[in-house]
Design a protein around this ligand. Structure first.
Ligand SMILES: Cc1cc2nc3c(=O)[nH]c(=O)nc-3n(C[C@H](O)[C@H](O)[C@H](O)COP(=O)(O)O)c2cc1C
Length: 308
Protein backbone atom coordinates (compact mmCIF):
# COMPACT_ATOMS: atom_id res chain seq x y z
CA UNK A 1 0.00 0.00 0.00
CA UNK A 2 1.49 3.37 -0.94
CA UNK A 3 1.07 6.50 1.19
CA UNK A 4 -1.86 7.95 -0.73
CA UNK A 5 -3.66 4.61 -0.68
CA UNK A 6 -3.14 4.39 3.09
CA UNK A 7 -4.58 7.89 3.49
CA UNK A 8 -7.57 7.31 1.23
CA UNK A 9 -8.54 3.95 2.73
CA UNK A 10 -8.01 4.71 6.44
CA UNK A 11 -11.25 4.65 8.39
CA UNK A 12 -12.03 4.55 12.08
CA UNK A 13 -12.56 1.00 13.34
CA UNK A 14 -14.83 0.66 16.36
CA UNK A 15 -15.21 -3.09 16.68
CA UNK A 16 -12.22 -5.29 17.47
CA UNK A 17 -11.47 -9.00 17.69
CA UNK A 18 -9.64 -10.27 20.79
CA UNK A 19 -6.58 -11.19 18.66
CA UNK A 20 -3.38 -9.65 19.99
CA UNK A 21 -1.36 -7.32 17.79
CA UNK A 22 2.00 -8.89 16.95
CA UNK A 23 4.82 -7.03 18.68
CA UNK A 24 6.76 -6.38 15.45
CA UNK A 25 3.68 -4.70 13.97
CA UNK A 26 3.10 -2.65 17.11
CA UNK A 27 6.75 -1.62 17.07
CA UNK A 28 6.37 -0.39 13.46
CA UNK A 29 3.28 1.60 14.40
CA UNK A 30 5.03 3.29 17.31
CA UNK A 31 8.07 4.00 15.13
CA UNK A 32 5.72 5.70 12.65
CA UNK A 33 4.51 7.88 15.53
CA UNK A 34 8.07 8.65 16.64
CA UNK A 35 8.99 9.67 13.10
CA UNK A 36 6.19 12.27 12.90
CA UNK A 37 7.34 15.89 12.73
CA UNK A 38 7.41 17.96 15.91
CA UNK A 39 7.45 21.71 16.48
CA UNK A 40 11.06 22.94 16.67
CA UNK A 41 12.05 19.25 16.54
CA UNK A 42 11.28 19.10 20.26
CA UNK A 43 10.33 15.40 20.18
CA UNK A 44 8.56 15.53 23.55
CA UNK A 45 5.75 13.11 22.66
CA UNK A 46 5.61 10.29 25.19
CA UNK A 47 3.85 7.10 24.05
CA UNK A 48 2.29 4.95 26.75
CA UNK A 49 1.40 1.66 25.07
CA UNK A 50 -1.21 -0.14 27.14
CA UNK A 51 -1.85 -3.82 26.40
CA UNK A 52 -2.34 -5.21 29.90
CA UNK A 53 -6.07 -6.06 30.16
CA UNK A 54 -6.09 -5.16 33.87
CA UNK A 55 -4.69 -1.70 33.17
CA UNK A 56 -7.16 -1.21 30.32
CA UNK A 57 -10.07 -2.22 32.56
CA UNK A 58 -8.90 0.08 35.33
CA UNK A 59 -8.72 3.01 32.88
CA UNK A 60 -12.22 2.20 31.61
CA UNK A 61 -13.57 2.13 35.17
CA UNK A 62 -11.87 5.42 36.10
CA UNK A 63 -13.11 7.13 32.94
CA UNK A 64 -16.63 5.82 33.43
CA UNK A 65 -16.77 7.06 36.99
CA UNK A 66 -15.41 10.52 35.98
CA UNK A 67 -17.89 10.91 33.09
CA UNK A 68 -20.81 9.66 35.20
CA UNK A 69 -20.29 12.62 37.55
CA UNK A 70 -20.53 15.17 34.72
CA UNK A 71 -23.74 16.86 33.67
CA UNK A 72 -24.88 17.38 30.09
CA UNK A 73 -25.77 20.97 29.16
CA UNK A 74 -27.05 22.28 25.81
CA UNK A 75 -23.44 23.34 25.07
CA UNK A 76 -21.91 19.91 25.72
CA UNK A 77 -19.97 18.68 22.69
CA UNK A 78 -21.93 15.76 21.16
CA UNK A 79 -19.22 13.09 21.55
CA UNK A 80 -18.58 14.09 25.17
CA UNK A 81 -22.33 13.98 25.73
CA UNK A 82 -22.49 10.34 24.60
CA UNK A 83 -19.56 9.43 26.90
CA UNK A 84 -21.41 11.04 29.82
CA UNK A 85 -24.74 9.40 29.04
CA UNK A 86 -23.22 5.95 28.41
CA UNK A 87 -21.22 6.22 31.65
CA UNK A 88 -24.32 7.10 33.64
CA UNK A 89 -25.94 3.94 32.24
CA UNK A 90 -22.91 1.82 33.21
CA UNK A 91 -20.66 -0.63 31.36
CA UNK A 92 -18.99 2.07 29.23
CA UNK A 93 -15.65 1.04 27.68
CA UNK A 94 -14.23 4.07 25.92
CA UNK A 95 -11.57 2.08 24.01
CA UNK A 96 -14.01 -0.25 22.18
CA UNK A 97 -12.40 -3.32 23.80
CA UNK A 98 -9.42 -3.02 21.47
CA UNK A 99 -6.34 -4.96 22.58
CA UNK A 100 -4.01 -1.93 22.47
CA UNK A 101 -4.46 1.66 23.59
CA UNK A 102 -1.67 4.08 22.71
CA UNK A 103 -1.77 7.19 24.89
CA UNK A 104 0.15 10.18 23.58
CA UNK A 105 1.26 12.54 26.33
CA UNK A 106 3.30 15.71 26.08
CA UNK A 107 4.57 18.59 28.24
CA UNK A 108 1.65 20.66 29.55
CA UNK A 109 3.53 23.96 29.09
CA UNK A 110 4.68 23.32 25.52
CA UNK A 111 2.76 25.25 22.87
CA UNK A 112 2.73 22.47 20.29
CA UNK A 113 1.68 19.66 22.65
CA UNK A 114 -1.63 19.03 20.91
CA UNK A 115 -0.30 19.46 17.37
CA UNK A 116 2.68 17.15 17.93
CA UNK A 117 0.43 14.50 19.46
CA UNK A 118 -2.05 14.76 16.59
CA UNK A 119 0.50 14.31 13.83
CA UNK A 120 1.95 11.30 15.64
CA UNK A 121 -1.50 9.72 15.96
CA UNK A 122 -2.22 10.24 12.26
CA UNK A 123 1.12 8.64 11.34
CA UNK A 124 0.30 5.68 13.57
CA UNK A 125 -3.22 5.25 12.18
CA UNK A 126 -1.85 5.24 8.63
CA UNK A 127 0.81 2.70 9.61
CA UNK A 128 -1.89 0.53 11.22
CA UNK A 129 -3.92 0.66 8.00
CA UNK A 130 -0.85 -0.30 5.97
CA UNK A 131 -0.42 -3.33 8.28
CA UNK A 132 -4.10 -4.34 7.83
CA UNK A 133 -4.92 -3.30 11.40
CA UNK A 134 -7.87 -1.17 12.42
CA UNK A 135 -7.43 1.96 14.51
CA UNK A 136 -9.44 4.82 15.94
CA UNK A 137 -8.66 8.11 17.63
CA UNK A 138 -9.84 8.04 21.23
CA UNK A 139 -10.32 11.42 22.87
CA UNK A 140 -11.70 10.47 26.29
CA UNK A 141 -8.41 10.51 28.19
CA UNK A 142 -7.63 13.95 26.75
CA UNK A 143 -10.96 15.28 28.00
CA UNK A 144 -10.19 13.79 31.41
CA UNK A 145 -6.53 14.79 31.50
CA UNK A 146 -6.97 16.99 34.60
CA UNK A 147 -9.03 14.40 36.47
CA UNK A 148 -7.10 13.75 39.70
CA UNK A 149 -7.73 9.99 39.84
CA UNK A 150 -6.87 9.39 36.20
CA UNK A 151 -3.78 11.56 36.45
CA UNK A 152 -2.64 9.65 39.54
CA UNK A 153 -3.20 6.29 37.85
CA UNK A 154 -1.46 7.36 34.63
CA UNK A 155 1.50 8.49 36.75
CA UNK A 156 1.65 4.97 38.20
CA UNK A 157 2.02 3.60 34.67
CA UNK A 158 4.62 6.11 33.50
CA UNK A 159 3.21 9.60 32.95
CA UNK A 160 5.61 12.17 34.36
CA UNK A 161 4.73 15.18 36.56
CA UNK A 162 4.62 17.82 33.78
CA UNK A 163 2.93 15.64 31.19
CA UNK A 164 -0.72 15.54 30.20
CA UNK A 165 -2.63 13.41 27.68
CA UNK A 166 -3.29 15.16 24.38
CA UNK A 167 -4.46 12.24 22.27
CA UNK A 168 -4.82 8.51 22.24
CA UNK A 169 -5.76 5.81 19.79
CA UNK A 170 -6.69 2.17 19.76
CA UNK A 171 -5.32 -0.43 17.41
CA UNK A 172 -6.19 -4.06 16.75
CA UNK A 173 -7.65 -6.54 14.30
CA UNK A 174 -11.10 -5.53 13.15
CA UNK A 175 -14.01 -7.76 14.08
CA UNK A 176 -15.07 -8.20 10.46
CA UNK A 177 -15.67 -11.22 8.20
CA UNK A 178 -12.21 -10.94 6.62
CA UNK A 179 -10.44 -9.47 9.68
CA UNK A 180 -9.60 -6.35 7.68
CA UNK A 181 -10.41 -2.82 8.81
CA UNK A 182 -13.38 -0.97 7.34
CA UNK A 183 -12.10 0.72 4.22
CA UNK A 184 -15.30 1.84 2.55
CA UNK A 185 -14.81 5.48 1.70
CA UNK A 186 -16.76 8.03 3.71
CA UNK A 187 -17.80 11.00 1.55
CA UNK A 188 -16.11 14.26 2.56
CA UNK A 189 -18.07 17.46 2.68
CA UNK A 190 -17.31 21.17 2.38
CA UNK A 191 -14.03 23.01 1.98
CA UNK A 192 -14.10 22.61 -1.78
CA UNK A 193 -11.79 24.93 -3.58
CA UNK A 194 -11.67 26.08 -7.17
CA UNK A 195 -8.98 23.52 -7.87
CA UNK A 196 -11.67 20.85 -7.32
CA UNK A 197 -13.16 21.96 -10.63
CA UNK A 198 -10.33 20.17 -12.41
CA UNK A 199 -10.18 16.46 -11.88
CA UNK A 200 -7.62 14.58 -13.89
CA UNK A 201 -9.17 11.34 -14.97
CA UNK A 202 -6.08 9.18 -14.60
CA UNK A 203 -5.93 10.17 -10.91
CA UNK A 204 -9.41 8.79 -10.17
CA UNK A 205 -9.68 5.33 -8.72
CA UNK A 206 -11.15 2.56 -10.91
CA UNK A 207 -13.67 0.28 -9.23
CA UNK A 208 -14.86 -3.05 -10.58
CA UNK A 209 -18.46 -3.18 -9.36
CA UNK A 210 -19.49 -6.36 -11.22
CA UNK A 211 -17.27 -8.84 -13.07
CA UNK A 212 -15.93 -6.92 -16.08
CA UNK A 213 -17.73 -3.68 -15.15
CA UNK A 214 -15.29 -0.96 -14.17
CA UNK A 215 -16.41 2.53 -13.25
CA UNK A 216 -14.58 5.75 -12.50
CA UNK A 217 -15.97 9.07 -11.47
CA UNK A 218 -15.86 11.53 -14.31
CA UNK A 219 -16.58 14.22 -11.82
CA UNK A 220 -17.78 14.19 -8.24
CA UNK A 221 -17.61 17.83 -7.17
CA UNK A 222 -20.65 19.26 -9.03
CA UNK A 223 -23.61 20.63 -7.15
CA UNK A 224 -26.26 19.57 -9.71
CA UNK A 225 -24.46 17.18 -12.04
CA UNK A 226 -22.29 14.13 -11.68
CA UNK A 227 -20.84 11.71 -14.17
CA UNK A 228 -19.13 8.37 -14.59
CA UNK A 229 -16.90 6.74 -17.10
CA UNK A 230 -17.52 3.04 -17.74
CA UNK A 231 -15.47 0.22 -19.21
CA UNK A 232 -17.47 -2.96 -19.66
CA UNK A 233 -16.12 -6.26 -20.96
CA UNK A 234 -18.15 -8.04 -23.66
CA UNK A 235 -21.25 -9.63 -22.03
CA UNK A 236 -20.76 -7.94 -18.64
CA UNK A 237 -23.87 -6.54 -16.95
CA UNK A 238 -25.22 -3.76 -14.83
CA UNK A 239 -28.32 -5.31 -13.27
CA UNK A 240 -31.77 -3.74 -13.28
CA UNK A 241 -31.84 -0.68 -11.01
CA UNK A 242 -33.48 2.74 -10.65
CA UNK A 243 -32.44 6.12 -9.30
CA UNK A 244 -34.09 9.45 -8.76
CA UNK A 245 -31.71 11.16 -11.21
CA UNK A 246 -32.24 11.62 -14.91
CA UNK A 247 -29.38 10.00 -16.84
CA UNK A 248 -27.81 11.05 -20.11
CA UNK A 249 -25.38 8.52 -21.56
CA UNK A 250 -23.02 8.40 -24.52
CA UNK A 251 -21.49 5.21 -25.88
CA UNK A 252 -17.89 5.85 -26.98
CA UNK A 253 -16.93 2.33 -28.05
CA UNK A 254 -18.63 -1.10 -28.36
CA UNK A 255 -22.34 -1.08 -27.55
CA UNK A 256 -25.10 -2.05 -25.14
CA UNK A 257 -28.38 -3.82 -24.91
CA UNK A 258 -30.38 -1.52 -22.68
CA UNK A 259 -33.60 -2.69 -21.12
CA UNK A 260 -35.49 0.44 -20.15
CA UNK A 261 -38.96 0.30 -18.66
CA UNK A 262 -39.47 -3.22 -20.06
CA UNK A 263 -38.35 -2.34 -23.65
CA UNK A 264 -35.08 -3.49 -25.20
CA UNK A 265 -32.81 -1.18 -27.21
CA UNK A 266 -29.51 -1.91 -28.88
CA UNK A 267 -27.09 0.99 -29.20
CA UNK A 268 -23.52 1.31 -30.44
CA UNK A 269 -20.55 3.67 -30.49
CA UNK A 270 -21.63 7.28 -31.08
CA UNK A 271 -25.19 6.70 -29.82
CA UNK A 272 -26.64 8.55 -26.85
CA UNK A 273 -29.46 7.59 -24.50
CA UNK A 274 -31.67 9.11 -21.85
CA UNK A 275 -32.98 7.22 -18.85
CA UNK A 276 -35.72 9.22 -17.11
CA UNK A 277 -35.80 9.42 -13.30
CA UNK A 278 -37.16 6.38 -11.45
CA UNK A 279 -37.33 4.16 -14.56
CA UNK A 280 -35.93 0.63 -14.08
CA UNK A 281 -33.10 -0.13 -16.50
CA UNK A 282 -30.21 -2.52 -17.07
CA UNK A 283 -27.21 -2.77 -19.41
CA UNK A 284 -25.40 -5.67 -21.09
CA UNK A 285 -22.22 -4.82 -23.01
CA UNK A 286 -22.01 -5.94 -26.63
CA UNK A 287 -18.28 -6.10 -27.35
CA UNK A 288 -15.74 -4.30 -25.19
CA UNK A 289 -17.59 -1.14 -24.35
CA UNK A 290 -16.76 2.32 -23.11
CA UNK A 291 -19.36 4.93 -22.18
CA UNK A 292 -19.99 8.00 -20.09
CA UNK A 293 -23.10 8.79 -18.04
CA UNK A 294 -24.18 12.15 -16.62
CA UNK A 295 -26.77 12.40 -13.85
CA UNK A 296 -28.99 15.22 -12.64
CA UNK A 297 -29.69 15.78 -9.78
CA UNK A 298 -26.84 14.07 -7.93
CA UNK A 299 -27.34 10.36 -7.28
CA UNK A 300 -27.93 9.43 -3.66
CA UNK A 301 -26.67 5.86 -4.02
CA UNK A 302 -23.63 5.24 -6.20
CA UNK A 303 -23.17 2.26 -8.55
CA UNK A 304 -20.91 0.56 -5.98
CA UNK A 305 -23.77 0.66 -3.44
CA UNK A 306 -22.15 3.42 -1.33
CA UNK A 307 -24.16 6.48 -0.33
CA UNK A 308 -23.05 9.56 -2.28
C1 LIG B 1 -9.56 15.04 17.21
C2 LIG B 1 -10.36 13.80 16.97
C3 LIG B 1 -11.04 13.21 18.00
C4 LIG B 1 -11.76 12.04 17.80
N1 LIG B 1 -12.31 11.41 18.87
C5 LIG B 1 -12.92 10.21 18.69
C6 LIG B 1 -13.39 9.47 19.82
O1 LIG B 1 -13.21 9.86 20.96
N2 LIG B 1 -14.02 8.30 19.58
C7 LIG B 1 -14.22 7.83 18.32
O2 LIG B 1 -14.82 6.79 18.17
N3 LIG B 1 -13.76 8.51 17.24
C8 LIG B 1 -13.11 9.66 17.40
N4 LIG B 1 -12.58 10.33 16.32
C9 LIG B 1 -12.75 9.75 14.97
C10 LIG B 1 -13.78 10.52 14.14
O3 LIG B 1 -15.07 10.30 14.65
C11 LIG B 1 -13.65 10.03 12.69
O4 LIG B 1 -12.37 10.29 12.23
C12 LIG B 1 -14.67 10.68 11.77
O5 LIG B 1 -15.97 10.28 12.12
C13 LIG B 1 -14.42 10.32 10.29
O6 LIG B 1 -14.47 8.93 10.08
P1 LIG B 1 -13.22 8.08 9.54
O7 LIG B 1 -12.09 8.21 10.55
O8 LIG B 1 -13.74 6.67 9.44
O9 LIG B 1 -12.81 8.65 8.22
C14 LIG B 1 -11.84 11.48 16.50
C15 LIG B 1 -11.16 12.09 15.46
C16 LIG B 1 -10.41 13.21 15.68
C17 LIG B 1 -9.61 13.81 14.55
Amino acid sequence: MNTLEAIMTRRSTRSYSAAAVESDKLQKIIEAGRYAPSGGNNQTNHFLVVQNPEVLKKLAALAESAFAKMEVTPETYSSLKSSILLSKKGGYVFYYNAPVLIIVANQKNYGNNLADSAVAVENMMLAANDLNLGSCWINQLHWLTEDEKILAYLREIGLTENERVYASMVVGYAKSADGLPVRKSLPRKGNRRVIDMMIYHDKIEKKEINPGVVFQYLFQGGKQLMGYHWNMADGSKVEMHTHESEQLGYCIKGGFIIVEDGKEYQIGAGDAYIIPANVPHSFVAVGDTEAIDIFHPLRKILPDGNPA
